[in-house]
Design a protein around this ligand. Structure first.
Ligand SMILES: Nc1ncnc2c1ncn2[C@@H]1O[C@H](COP(=O)(O)OP(=O)(O)OP(=O)(O)O)[C@@H](O)[C@H]1O
Length: 666
């Protein structure tokens, strides 16, 4: 079964070359019981580790079931350790955070998926625990067991995958002589049931059980003693059967059970060190919190703006009279330009085929009065098309007509707030109100449009509800003669939202011509405002994003630091897992899962912080915030990516640990 030819194992320490094993030629038959003896430092453990595929020889050939083990990769060697070999160590090497049951079942985590069903696994574990006399202690932790009991658990674990070979390194070394004898009786029973048994020992009493005793000296075979039949009878029945042959090559995919177990280990780790975990994820918490708050504020602002744009209409635009610029060149042009006038509106109506409605607007803030009620109103002098170009609708009565304009009638259409302020529950249509000192008849009431103060300031939208609309021709009575030419705005509605840009280009070039290039007007396009506000938003996002980025970076480094410490702390555990069949990839995965769990915990706390922060911002600063589902997804994604980035290095450090060095780590 096993054939070693000219095996050599040398270690390099600086310039020093230590040869732990030299020219070892050895055949071990199936079902044999071999003891390895020799003085301290003679290479016994090194030979056992080579036999157990925990280490590779630096020279020679190792044939296991005919296959040359020295050519196999890490995954293949791990699979051999998992399936063909069971280890029993002097220091027991149980996983401290797991129960007896979980310790015995641990090798299943690293086995190919089709080896056993969960119920078979449970059955096997329970039968083995009973076989070694520990069925009452299945839920206990290793720390709650005696040395002898721990070694029994280790033996049950070594047998769980039904390996053909059991390798024991001074299995009774840490036990008193009576317990040691019980353990040896257990091992002898295994041998009698057909297992190949190789035991490293100092004690001739233990070696006496073996069929052959290999004596090592200075790394070489000194002699091999062959014995008669072993003197001790098997004491206890062993429930399992030696496993059948398996293919040596091929890798094992991590199974669901493995992932679930690793997740449990990770969660246990987080819960065990609550404060440490919390402190290490603080950076992630603040980073994710900042991202959530940033996205919530951005989404809130955008939603608010979109609502305003919907109020204004996506196919409307406004030309506003702008204060004249002071640059000398501009001033020349400005002197020739008449500013924004009624004539501009007439000319623009002709130049752009896309314009559906166009209305000049004169703005006046005047007091209005109905009987004993007074209120300040935005009085607007305009023309009939304003109903369309101002995106308005009526709740009662009618809008201004062409004859109102032609006759400069004293009629008005009022907004809903004005209606409430002056008329409360009465019907205003037909009633007379006083604007400054002139009487006007109310002919219509505009539909209410939801406005709040903040919306007005961000887009400078006038509150429709506070308007009193009168004919443009009538409005001149409130204006001194020298200013009657000028108007403040032209409200335009384009036939289709898709034509807004084309119309804007035509309007600009026409106005530039009419105004001799003077920039005494401003074209306000609601759709463009969205673009502009997104630019402002971008600056805000850069600031918040930088805060989030720095927090995540610091948080990530914090987590990496903790994970590096954890890896060092758990070096021994890594060695144990490697011995029972974990490949490098699986160790890598385990520590990545642990880091991910930690960062996701940070992510969840960060989400809570972000949501709470957004709520506070809305409550105190009155900014609208919106937390969308994708915001939460982004936050989870960010914390997971941070975990992956910063967890990869500690995890690869863990995976790179040499199994022997890890097992020997104190
Ligand atoms: N990682 C290593 N680096 C350098 N030298 C090593 C290493 N591991 C083992 N050695 C050396 O190899 C030799 C054999 O060591 P090994 O542990 O196999 O001896 P042993 O017979 O099992 O001893 P003991 O009975 O004390 O456990 C020793 O001289 C030891 O110092």
């Amino acid at each position: 079964m096993i054939s070693l030819r000219h095996i050599e194992r040398a270690y390099r320490k600086g310039t020093l070359n230590i040869t732990a094993l030299r020219d070892i030629d050895l055949e071990i038959a199936d079902g044999e019981f071999l003891a390895i003896m020799g003085p301290s430092g003679s290479g016994k453990s090194t030979l056992l580790h080579l036999l157990g595929c925990l280490d590779r020889p630096t020279g020679g050939e190792y044939l296991l079931d005919g296959a040359d083990v020295t050519t196999l990769n890490d995954a293949e060697l791990s699979r051999i350790r998992n399936q063909k070999i069971g280890f029993v160590f002097q220091a027991f090497n149980l996983l401290p955070q797991h129960s007896v049951e979980e310790n015995i079942a641990a090798p299943f985590l690293y086995a190919p998926s089709n080896t056993f069903t969960p119920s078979q696994t449970k059955q096997t574990v329970h039968a083995l625990a009973e076989g070694v006399g520990l069925h009452q202690r299945l839920l206990h932790r290793p720390t709650e067991l005696s040395g002898g009991e721990m070694q029994r658990v280790a033996i049950a674990r070594a047998l769980v995958m039904r390996p053909r070979m059991i390798l024991a390194d001074e299995p009774t070394g840490n036990l008193d002589s009576r317990t040691g004898e019980e353990i040896m009786a257990l091992l002898a029973a295994l041998h009698q049931q057909g297992h190949t048994l190789v035991v490293v020992t100092h004690e001739p009493r233990i070696a006496a059980f073996a069929q052959r005793v290999l004596h090592l000296k200075d790394g070489a075979i000194e002699r091999i003693e062959t014995r008669e039949t072993p003197p001790l009878d098997a004491a206890e029945p062993y429930p399992g059967q030696p496993c059948s042959d398996m293919a040596v090559r091929g890798t094992v995919q991590p199974r669901l059970a493995f992932l679930a177990s690793m997740l449990r280990v990770a969660t246990q780790g987080v819960l065990l060190h609550k404060l440490r975990s919390l402190l290490s994820v603080l950076g992630i918490v603040f980073g994710v919190g900042a991202i959530i708050a940033m996205l919530a504020i951005g989404a809130g602002a955008k939603q608010e703006l979109l609502e305003q744009i919907a109020l204004l209409g996506t196919n409307t635009m406004t030309i506003k009279a702008a204060p004249q610029l002071e640059a000398p060149l501009e001033r020349g042009a400005a002197q020739r330009s008449e500013g924004l006038t009624e004539g501009d509106a007439d000319r623009l109506a002709q130049v752009s085929p896309f314009i559906q409605a166009i209305a000049p607007v004169r703005l006046l803030a005047l007091p209005t009065q109905y009987q004993q009620q007074f209120t300040q109103a935005d009085v607007i002098g305009t023309t009939t098309p304003y109903l369309q170009s101002g995106n308005l609708s009526l709740q009662s009565g009618r809008f201004l007509t062409d004859s109102d304009l032609a006759e400069a009638s004293r009629v008005c259409v009022i907004g809903d707030d004005i209606r409430q302020a002056l008329f409360a529950f009465r019907n205003p249509v037909g009633e007379l109100i006083k604007i400054r000192n002139e009487w006007f008849q109310v002919v219509g009431v505009l539909s209410n449009k939801q406005f709040n103060l903040k919306k007005q300031t961000s887009l400078q939208v006038r509150n429709v509800n506070r308007q009193v609309i009168i004919p443009l021709s009538t409005a001149v009575m409130f204006i001194p003669p020298q200013e009657r030419q000028r108007i403040q705005e032209i409200a335009i509605r384009v036939d289709d939202a898709r034509n807004v840009d084309a119309a804007a280009r035509l309007i600009r070039s026409a106005l530039n011509r009419i105004h001799y290039g003077a920039q005494d007007y401003e074209l306000v396009i609601p759709r463009e405002l969205l673009r502009q506000s997104q630019q402002t938003q971008r600056v805000f996002n850069i600031v918040m994003g930088s805060i989030a980025g720095i927090s995540l970076l610091v948080g990530g480094i914090g987590i990496m630091n903790i994970m590096l410490a954890t890896v060092t702390e758990r070096t021994r555990e890594i060695g144990i897992r490697r011995a029972i069949g974990a490949s490098q990839r699986m160790i890598l995965l385990q520590f990545l899962i642990e880091t991910l769990t930690l960062t996701l915990v940070g992510g969840v706390l960060g989400i809570a912080l972000g949501v709470g922060g957004a709520w506070l911002i809305t409550a105190f600063a009155r900014w609208r915030t919106v937390i969308a589902f994708d915001t939460i997804l982004i936050a989870c994604g960010v914390s997971a990516v941070t975990g992956l980035i910063f967890g990869l290095y500690p995890a690869s450090q863990a995976a790179r640990k040499h199994p022997i060095a890890a097992l020997r780590y104190e």
